[in-house]
Design a protein around this ligand. Structure first.
Ligand code: HBI
Ligand code: FE
Length: 284
């Protein structure tokens, strides 16, 4: 999964906001079958690994194994719960377009699905990553506010030239976030929840570091787009995102200007380490 930084705007959009029709009727039986394979594999795996909010969000949405979900039906349920909608896009969209959607509580979801021969590899976020991974957490009121705030913050960060720093917050929360729950550590990040191999790796492997989430620390930490993460950052509670949704990031950008940038696998003396990774998955 590598939709971290560069938005690959390959063709000019028909609509300025880059949305397209989902084109649900055009999905082939083979494409629905890919969804089914992925959906069944993940829903079997996630109980006990994903946080309760994810499982509960999934349960309340019109999403099942038998077919690729219809974005309008998802939007109807989401709108009632948290005021969000799912809109279709053809792939990665430019950063400013992405932020503008999020700031208005529209989640841009790829309308295409990966091929049956590439179940575990993604160039760009497809409907399984975007819908299975992201939409359940949009049913959670705190996450709903946080992602909107990220969109608003993204528009400001772009003007300040601080997008890389803010993107790390999104990466280590919305995409690869873990949260303490039920005496253990659970997944809430979409990049993990939509990945078969990273779901168990993130929570159960001895290899990665699991470090208590700290905003300034995370904003200064680079991430990997080519492999499992070397470090995951763990919230005490999803409610911690509420505070993050209201934070003014600008003072943090200033602090980061004078500070170092950390490598993905680096552990700092000041970290609250929940699990010190063996690093065996990422030999140097
Ligand atoms: N476009 N469709 C889509 N999905 C994303 O997750 C996405 C994007 N464009 C830019 C982007 N993400 C990120 O690079 C920003 O969060 C920085
Ligand atoms: Fe994503």
């Amino acid at each position: 999964m590598k939709h971290g930084l560069a938005a690959g705007a390959t063709q000019a959009p028909e609509r300025p906001d880059w949305t397209v029709e989902q084109g649900w009727a055009a999905y082939t039986p083979d494409q629905h079958a890919v969804w089914k394979t992925l959906f069944e594999r993940q829903t079997r795996l996630l109980p006990g690994l994903a946080c309760d909010a994810f499982i509960e969000g999934m349960r309340r949405l019109p999403m099942a194994a038998d077919r690729i979900p219809d974005f309008e039906a998802l939007s109807k349920t989401l709108m009632k719960a948290t005021g969000w909608q799912v809109v279709a896009v053809p792939g990665l969209v430019p950063d400013d377009v992405f932020f503008e959607h999020l700031a208005n509580r529209r989640f841009p979801a790829g309308n295409f699905i990966r091929g049956a021969h590439e179940l575990d590899y993604l160039e760009e976020p497809d409907v399984f990553h975007d819908v299975f991974g992201h939409v359940p957490m949009l049913m959670h009121p705190v996450m709903a506010d946080f992602i909107q705030a990220y969109g608003q913050g993204g528009l400001r960060a772009q003007k300040l030239g601080k997008l890389a720093e803010l993107a790390r917050v999104y990466w280590y929360t919305v995409e690869f976030g873990l949260v303490r729950e039920g005496g253990g550590t659970r997944i809430y990040g979409a990049g993990i929840a939509s990945s078969f191999s990273e779901s168990s790796f993130s929570v159960q492997s001895a290899s990665p570091n699991r470090i208590a989430f700290d905003l300034e620390r995370v904003m200064g930490t680079r991430y990997r787009i080519d492999d499992f993460q070397e470090s995951y950052f763990v919230l005490d509670s999803l409610d911690d995102l509420l505070e993050l949704a209201h934070i003014d990031f600008e003072p943090y950008y200033a602090a980061l200007d004078s500070g170092p940038t950390f490598e993905p696998g680096q552990v700092l003396a000041r970290d609250h380490v929940l699990h010190a990774g063996t690093g065996i998955h990422h030999p140097i």
